[in-house]
Each structure stands twice: as structure tokens, then as C-alpha cells.
Ligand binder design. Structure first.
Ligand code: PLP
Length: 390
């Protein structure tokens, strides 16, 4: 059986046309975009065109798009950079306990600097109730950060409602849309957000490139010092080839793959259904409707997620346990704990994330392999359990 990649939420395979675009830019447009000569101007032209492509996808002005080195950097600039310009009497931030660490750790840093941070609780699917968020807002709240789709459970937050509430209260809103950009509608005006983070390697583009949308009029302080690149928001010579590849990937998402979400969602449902048919006692964790098309979070009680992932890898199925950055650390995922899971349940949960490159046959095979390995690990657990004293 050939390898089956079910880890698209960690990273997506770069599209061949993206690889071609990166190679082409490295060969023909390797000038420094800040240089005034022809080579520099060529590189600058690529950046300008890439910015228009990303801006079109987000429904914003190209002047509102800033290229960064990752989704993580976009999140950091949004939160820390916006906080640095907040008036001293408005140092309160609201977020959720299920955000990516790029957001949570930025909030922790602010807290260490004297900010107050309120975490609005989530329900058992990981959804924030907009009324809870409304109640968390205070006169000194400056910023709210709420993700679009969760990277571990796939649950989608009611960002539009939340942004509307924030707008009424004059509070800026940041949205981490790293998992949904290129797949779902993340037009900034329809979501109503003021900042939005995206990343290249989740849209079949290159790793090490991202973008941040910043609504005109919102002041952000740079985190890096140095050159005046990205209109002084992000110092450092731009990753021209990576950005060009990212733009190519975004273009493909909007043209050739404009209907990918339906296809992926169909595959996800097939896989979910098959797992439920084949495996007794499984639990799906994400929201049944407000869901990312491709992400499945599934708990197999009594099975160690780590052992299962190792066994699946040996059988050619690539999946992961929650966020890639906590894989191998043996720490239960903060997202799953926030949903109210016990540590044992969280440690028995894996994430399967389906993408454009998967086929229905692959998912059929993957379900069989997963079912076989879950049954084997459960048998092994029963066999190794201490015999009950009569
Ligand atoms: N935010 C979310 C929701 C993510 O899933 C990820 C990556 O997994 C990131 C931010 C970080 O993006 P990057 O890997 O580009 O730093």
C-alpha cells in the first residue's frame, strides 16, 4: 500500500506549479527588492503582484497585506504589535483557551508585561458563545483574538458575530485563519475582522512564508528592527521566491481548486463514517456542523495516541496527535483539555486531516488500517492488564 498522507493540518504538499514558481523566481528574480537596479525592480514587481493576489483572496487593499515568515509571525505581530500601540489605560485582551500557541504564548508575554488577559470558555466542541465574549469585554479592552477554525478539532468559531460585537464596542479583532485560508471564505469584510493571519504551507504553498492583513488605520508597532521592508512593519529582506510561490498557491486555491472544500468535506465524512462503522467505542470531537472541511479529531478510549501514531506510520498512514509542535512532548493538548476532556482521553486522541491530494480509495484503506491497529492495541492492553484477583 502506498503512503497515505492524513496530516494536511500540519502542512500541505506543495503543488508542483508552486515548486516551479519558487524555482523560477530564484533563478530569474533573485535581486534584492529594495535595490533600485533592474534585478531589484524585477523582484519588487513579483512582490507587488503577489501582494495583489493575496489581497484579492482576502478582499482587501494590497496596502493592507504584509508578508511575514510564517503564520506564527503573523499572529505575533498582530497581538504584540497591536498591543505596543495601545493607550496605557486599555491593556486588556480577550481570547480563547483553544488558540494556537502562536497566539497563546504572545498573550502570555503581554500578561508578563502587565496586561490582563481574559480567556472566554468554550463548550464541549470548542465553540465560544458570542454572549460570553460580550460579557468578557470591558471598557479597557483593546483587542480580541479568536481563531477561525481550530487546528486540532476543526471546530469553527462564530467569528462574524464576535467581530460585530467588538465593532460595536470599539475593540480591535484579530483572527487566526491559518487553517481556513484558501479553503473557506475568509474575506476580511465578511468576517468583519481588523487583522487576519494566514500561512503559505497550509495552502499547498511553501513553508516559511505567511501574511498578515491589517485594516487601514490600525497602528501596529514592528517587532523586528532593521530595514524599512513591508512598509516598516517587518524588517528583513523579503523571501521573494517563497512569497511568489505562496501567491501561486493562493491563485490555484481560487481557480483550479475553488471547489476543493466540497471534495475534502465529502472525503472527511466518508472517513468518519467508516471509522464509526469499523471501530467500537470511538468519539468524534469537533463540532458536527461548524467544522473545517478536512479535520477530524477522534478519540479511541483505551488506546495510546502515541502508540497508535507509531503503528500507523509503520503501516504508511501519516497522522498526528493534535498540534505538530506538541507531538512527541507527551503533554495532553491544551485544546482537548479546554473541551473538558480528561488527560487520559486527550492522550487517546489523534487528528486526521484530509486534503486535496487524498482519494476516496485512500481513505477507505486508511480506515481499515486504523481499525486494525486500534483493535491490536486494545487487545495488547487487555493482555498486559494485571490479572484480577478472584
Ligand atoms: N495558527 C494555526 C491555527 C495553525 O494551525 C498554525 C500551524 O499549524 C499556525 C498558526 C502557525 O503557522 P506556521 O506554521 O506558518 O507558523
Amino acid at each position: 500500500m502506498r503512503a497515505i498522507y492524513l496530516d494536511h493540518a500540519a502542512t500541505t504538499p506543495p503543488h508542483p506549479a508552486v515548486i516551479g514558481a519558487v524555482a523560477w523566481a530564484m533563478e530569474h528574480c533573485w535581486g534584492n527588492p529594495s535595490s533600485l537596479h533592474l534585478l531589484g525592480r524585477r523582484a519588487r514587481d513579483l512582490l507587488d503582484e503577489a501582494r495583489v493576489t493575496v489581497a484579492d483572496a482576502l478582499g482587501c487593499l494590497d496596502a493592507e497585506v504584509f508578508f511575514t515568515a510564517s503564520g506564527t509571525e503573523s499572529d505575533n505581530i498582530a497581538i504584540l504589535g497591536a498591543a505596543r500601540t495601545a493607550p496605557p489605560q486599555r491593556r486588556h485582551l480577550v481570547t480563547t483557551p483553544v488558540e494556537h500557541h502562536a497566539v497563546l504564548h504572545a498573550c502570555e508575554r503581554l500578561r508578563a508585561e502587565g496586561w490582563e488577559v481574559t480567556f472566554v470558555p468554550v463548550d464541549a466542541y470548542g465553540v465560544v458563545d458570542p454572549d460570553d465574549l460580550r460579557r468578557a469585554l470591558r471598557d479597557d479592552t483593546y483587542l480580541v483574538s479568536v481563531m477561525h477554525a481550530n487546528n486540532e478539532t476543526g471546530t469553527i468559531q462564530p467569528v462574524r458575530e464576535i467581530a460585530q460585537i467588538c465593532r460595536e464596542r470599539g475593540v480591535w479583532v484579530h483572527c487566526d485563519a491559518v487553517q481556513t485560508f484558501g479553503l473557506l471564505d475568509v474575506q476580511v469584510d465578511s468576517l468583519g475582522v481588523d487583522m487576519l493571519s494566514v500561512s503559505g504551507h497550509k495552502v499547498y504553498g511553501p513553508q516559511g512564508v505567511g501574511a498578515l492583513y491589517v485594516r487601514g488605520g490600525l497602528k501596529i508597532a514592528p517587532l523586528l528592527v532593521g530595514g524599512a521592508q513591508e512598509r516598516e512593519l517587518r524588517a528583513g529582506t523579503e523571501n521573494v521566491a517563497g512569497i511568489w510561490g505562496f501567491a501561486k498557491a493562493v491563485h490555484l486555491c481560487r481557480t483550479e481548486y475553488a471547489h476543493a472544500a466540497q471534495y475534502i468535506s465529502h472525503l472527511r465524512h466518508t472517513l468518519q463514517q467508516r471509522l464509526q462503522e469499523l471501530i467500537p467505542n470511538v468519539r468524534m470531537n469537533g463540532h458536527p456542523e461548524a467544522a473545517h472541511p478536512g479535520i477530524i479529531s477522534v478519540t479511541f478510549p483505551g488506546v495510546s495516541a502515541e502508540s497508535l501514531l507509531i503503528a500507523l506510520d509503520r503501516r504508511g498512514v501519516a497522522a498526528s496527535a493534535g498540534a505538530a509542535c506538541s507531538a512527541g512532548s507527551l503533554e495532553p493538548s491544551h485544546v482537548l483539555l479546554a473541551l473538558g476532556m480528561s488527560e487520559d482521553e486527550a492522550m487517546s486522541t489523534i487528528r486526521l486531516s484530509v486534503g486535496r491530494s487524498n482519494t476516496p480509495e485512500e481513505l477507505h484503506d486508511a480506515a481499515e488500517v486504523i481499525a486494525g491497529e486500534v483493535a491490536r492495541l486494545r487487545r495488547r492492553m487487555v493482555a498486559s492488564a494485571p490479572a484480577k484477583r478472584l
